[in-house]
Design a protein around this ligand. Structure first.
Ligand code: ADP
Length: 165
């Protein structure tokens, strides 16, 4: 049977830390599906459609990865519909660990068959988050090395459009 994993996240936007987790995770499973979801506790910077397009373009070099989005549905239900028996998540720090543990244990309660697999962030990416990158970008800081090219381009387009207004 195919080993399918779902990597759920808000990816607002995708960072090199996410991409590194995706590239490493793709080696562990037959298929890795990236679920671009809405995190109800965070205000979104990109629309779901923009995020989907950006993530698709950023992972096109990885053959066993595909990208999907779904609104208002529990991650465990999405995983079941996709035939995914694993969830993939990344951990940067002890703070992430505490947060990820709560989610993973709740998901285990909701679906005993679903295993969450964690990958530790590489040290070079363990200090970056979508929110800190957006904050630095707002004030024109140089964050290019932390962003996949399609993300960088989308952010620059956003800047150009806002300057036109
Ligand atoms: P969510 O809103 O669901 O937490 P995120 O897009 O913020 O979605 O993160 C998705 C997953 O990627 C989480 O497991 C998070 O810990 C992980 N992650 C975030 N940033 C990094 C990074 N720099 N390196 C590795 N993993 C990361």
């Amino acid at each position: 049977m195919k080993r399918i994993a779902l990597f759920p996240g808000s990816f607002d936007p995708l960072t090199m830390g996410h991409l590194d987790t995706i590239e490493r995770g793709a080696k562990l499973f037959d298929e890795l599906i990236i679920g671009v979801f809405v995190n109800t506790t965070k205000k979104s910077f990109f629309t779901p459609e923009e995020k989907l397009a950006i993530v698709k373009e950023s992972v096109q070099h990885i053959t066993n990865v595909r990208v999907m989005t779904q609104k208002n549905e529990l991650t465990v239900n999405v995983a079941e519909e996709l035939g995914a028996k694993f969830l993939l998540r990344g951990i940067r720090s002890i703070k992430d660990y505490e947060y990820e543990k709560e989610i993973a244990l709740m998901n285990q309660h909701l679906d005993h068959e679903l295993e969450t697999v964690f990958l530790l962030a590489q040290p070079k990416y363990s200090h970056i988050s979508s929110s800190i990158l957006k904050e630095v970008w707002t004030f024109n800081g140089d964050i290019k090395e932390y962003l996949p090219e399609p993300v960088y381009r989308a952010l620059e387009e956003k800047r150009e459009n806002s300057e036109k207004q």
